[in-house]
Write a protein that binds this ligand. Structure first.
Ligand SMILES: Nc1nc2c(ncn2[C@@H]2O[C@H](COP(=O)(O)OP(=O)(O)OP(=O)(O)O)[C@@H](O)[C@H]2O)c(=O)[nH]1
Ligand SMILES: [Mg+2]
Ligand SMILES: [Zn+2]
Length: 292
């Protein structure tokens, strides 16, 4: 029968069939060898176990899309969560997550969480993503600000929440859908998340959509690809493409660059462009070293 993988833990997977039953199944070795590990969101052909016996995943159906970090498949929108408070948001990580999702053909949405703590910071983060086609939304799981709007925006879609550990992803899912996922505090010494969520978990929600809670990161790299392609994942650069003196232009340090002009004119956020230049430099190095 066909089923959707909700979650994998310790070699077991939990698969939801079309009748609404959840089966504990394992992945056959041949499947893992040929297709890699099943991911939350995968559709699969399974045989449920009988009695004490394990059920099996026989086949993974073709994926509409997938991400490596976090490892999820068949999602409609990557909801990137960044806190307007501790842990101080790592916007380079946000940008990298956006690049990975866009390259996978997945819509991107930016959710600025914990707005009850620092409204000023929330506004400044939002401003940096002007033109970046990520419909920034400000929310607070504590006060309820923005939750109705966010729930409406996610309704009926398969949404993966991703971001830094401690950004408030699990707390937000609980607040949106009245759930009780495990949440954690922040580590006091270093003001970092505690990696509370350990595995990806797909949860069907009222209204026909599904939400995916994923483990947060403390560090994230982009996949390695030709650095000239990075700019394609910056929607705010696209209308300016072709306006640069050099072709192709990396929009980094070239003279007479339409993107750099837009930064100077205040039309593109300098922080967002500065992080782009950093990500580009890092990718150039990794691209050069890719055969070492
Ligand atoms: N003030 C405030 N605190 C929040 C809010 N949302 C979450 N927190 C706190 O932030 C901490 C981390 O929340 P989690 O939901 O566990 O964060 P997470 O992103 O799921 O973290 P990982 O599972 O490690 O990736 C907890 O102490 C929450 O109480 C919010 O809207 N306002
Ligand atoms: Mg969590
Ligand atoms: Zn340029």
């Amino acid at each position: 029968m066909e089923a959707i993988i909700l979650r994998g833990i310790g070699g077991f997977y939990y698969a939801l069939d079309d009748a609404g039953a959840v089966h504990q199944v394992r992945a056959q070795r041949k499947l893992r060898r040929d297709r890699g590990k099943p991911k939350a969101g995968d559709r699969a052909i399974i045989t449920p176990g009988e009695g004490e016996e394990d059920g099996w995943i026989h086949e993974l159906l073709p994926r509409k899309n997938e991400l490596t970090r976090p490892p999820v498949a068949n999602i409609d929108v990557a909801v990137i969560v960044a806190a307007a408070a501790a842990p101080l948001p790592d916007l380079t990580m946000v940008d990298r997550l956006m690049i990975n999702a866009r390259r996978a053909g997945i819509d991107v949405m930016l959710v600025i969480s914990k707005c009850d703590l620092d409204a000023g910071l929330a506004g400044s983060i939002e401003a940096q993503y002007r033109g970046a086609d990520c419909s920034p939304m400000r929310v607070s799981s504590r006060t309820g600000e923005g939750l109705d709007e966010l729930r409406a925006a996610l309704s009926g879609r398969v949404c993966a929440l991703a971001g830094q550990s401690g950004a408030g992803k699990s707390t937000l899912i609980n607040a949106l859908y009245g759930l009780e996922l495990e949440t954690g505090g922040l580590s006091r010494k270093i003001d970092r998340g505690k990696n509370t969520t350990r595995s990806c978990q797909l949860i069907p929600v009222a209204g026909g959509g599904m939400v995916l809670d994923t483990p947060g990161f403390s560090l994230l790299e982009t996949d390695v690809f030709d650095p000239v392609e990075i700019k394609d994942s910056y929607p705010e650069f696209l209308p300016l493409e072709g306006g640069c003196y050099f072709q192709p232009c990396y929009h980094a340090s070239e003279p007479r660059c339409a993107v750099r002009d837009a930064v100077a004119a205040g039309d593109i956020d300098p922080g967002r462009h500065g992080r782009y230049a950093e990500i580009l430099e890092d990718m150039r190095q990794r691209w050069r070293e890719r055969y070492d």
